[in-house]
Design a protein around this ligand. Sequence first.
Ligand code: GAL
Length: 733
Amino acid sequence: MKSSSVSKLLLFFFTVLFCCSELTHSTVTYDRKAIIINGQRKILLSGSIHYPRSTQQMWEDLIRKAKDGGLDVIDTYVFWNYNFEGRYDLVQFIKTVQKVGLYAHLRIGPYVCAEWNYGGFPVWLKYVPGISFRTDNGPFKAAMLGFTKKIVQMMKNEKLFQSQGGPIILSQIENEYGPESKALGAAGRSYINWAANMAVGLDTGVPWVMCKEDDAPDAVINACNGFYCDYFSPNKPYKPTMWTESWSGWFTEFGGPNYQRPVQDLAFAVARFIQKGGSYVNYYMYHGGTNFGRSAGGPFITTSYDYDAPIDEYGLIREPKYGHLKELHKAIKLCEHALVSSDPTVTSLGTYQQAHVFNSGTRTCAAFLANYHSKSTARVTFNNNHYDLPPWSISILPDCRTVVHNTANVRVETSEIQMLPTNSKLFKWETYDEDLSTLAETSRITAAGLLEQINVTRDTSDYLWYITSVDINPSESFLRGGQNPSISVESAGHAVHVFVNRQFIGSAFGTREETSCTFNGPVNLRAGTNKIALLSVAVGLPNVGLHYETWKTGINGPVLLHGLDQGNKDLTWQQWSYQIGLKGEAMNLVSPNGVSSVEWVQESLATQTQQQLKWYKAYFDAPEGNEPLGLDMGSMGKGQVWINGESIGRYWMAYAKGECNSCTYSGTYRSTNCQLGCGQPTQRWYHVPRSWLKPTNNLIVVFEELGGDPRKISLHKRTLHAPASAAQSHSKN
Ligand code: GAL
């Protein structure tokens, strides 16, 4: 009797112990069906939100919106090229995910691509002796190990892995290595094996993922990235089918179109992946956000990283994208038990129609009825019932009878988002000409020939001056009425402004696809010494491409004068001096506490000088309310803008060219994005986070390269606008 009650007590004790240790040290594993958390297979819906692309003050709201939208997981890359403070505070971000009650997927990389400066690598990495990026190279592997270890340790210290009771259920090592691996052959394979072993050796207690890497070594799950992934199967039968990047739209580049991915197509793609047996979907991006400062990569990636995501750049819900996906998520979750406990039986319902039925044998049956025809609705019979399937859609029947969702049937109203003027005026513009008079005299770097830009600047500034001089013989015939000579300047990228004797001659710009550019134009030379100054401008360092660390930026020559009496004069190999950055940057003009010795001139009194490169500043009060704010930079050319010393980012009124204003989604993979905005600047609006403002006396500083007019810059509120109520409130004002 007695012994039996003792054993009961012991049993109780061990049950409690087991149960509680399970709770606090839950395990994450996987099998061929799904990620398994605490012994349960899960269908996981995830969304990418990159912590530095919004402010700390915005995080909780964004993550709550993601949760309300039906997500289970927040996915973020880790960005190596920054410290871990402010909006780079990764630990705080993951803790916010935990606070809201979601899981996290930590994509450590450390190579991340992501349209981020240098793909996330710090620029110093390039200068480690003997380094070669992303291959079987000792110095690179040592640096990558150091960083990955550091991040893992940082998370462990805060108990952020699920194995420690934290929210992180997955980690990613590398990023889309597949194409590199193919190009590099044996070295690529041995590197990726090393990376997998290294990561697994860090003992996080949660699985590792590699995306777009079909050769992902065992233990590491390979996952798919794309507009569609239903063609994808993992490389081993015992790994789950995961989609790490389901592209919700696309990024923008200055001079390119804006993209919109219709939510019907996105929902169709997701349902199609789930019906095939997929159990993890991550939206890239769920909230794209902003490339503040000089964090945009590319080159030429815009400051906005809106991505046509369900939560827009400013943190507002974008309908119908958000709401329609929320309904889809609910429908999928109603099927979860059937999905994780059985494999689909696929039957044909017509030439273009199929049923995927998940029948777990016990109590649950879920069906996905698909119509792959891109134009016509189909009437199908399934389990003796009739169903009308709109073109290019999937109906979800969590009980194999009732349709709770059809991916093409959007029931959510479209939100009207507007940029409304505020009463906040930008007062008293003042101006300061970037000082070109002392160029070269103050330069401490000189060389015979043209230096590679990033080698010189180490990316501390977008700007590098290349300065030289040329002596013109008074006997030259052009000085006596002959035809003016011209200059040609070849640059590896990304943009160049040409000055001769401090006079602006013209500019040339590359594009993301073709970063190099050539300037060609007539020059006014005088007898005697002429000063040639070339301002080379980087517009974000490359983030993707085989060995992009070897790519060049800056003036690479030749630099030639044409049309002199002797023919051409080659300036390429003569003596050049260099100035890193602008004088205004060196003087910290952007900071509210900057040097005051600069003589700003009131814009209204400023004489219209020939000077092309100008600084502007003004003060303003914060607009009332709490709507997100955007600057209208439509009157400007190209440059950078700061508010209270914080960089809003690069701006550029580059107009969208090429094939756009078209929207084709004909039913083939990839033709799923609409390209819009032809003939308009790719990005006119620039996000000003509310938390960067004080109630009064905020300082805006602009550096303008192309002669824009700052007096028309204005601050607007981004407002979710219901048409009827909007009309009313307008008439009240
Ligand atoms: C993927 C890459 C992401 C991002 C995306 C395009 O290939 O993994 O980091 O660059 O393309 O936005």
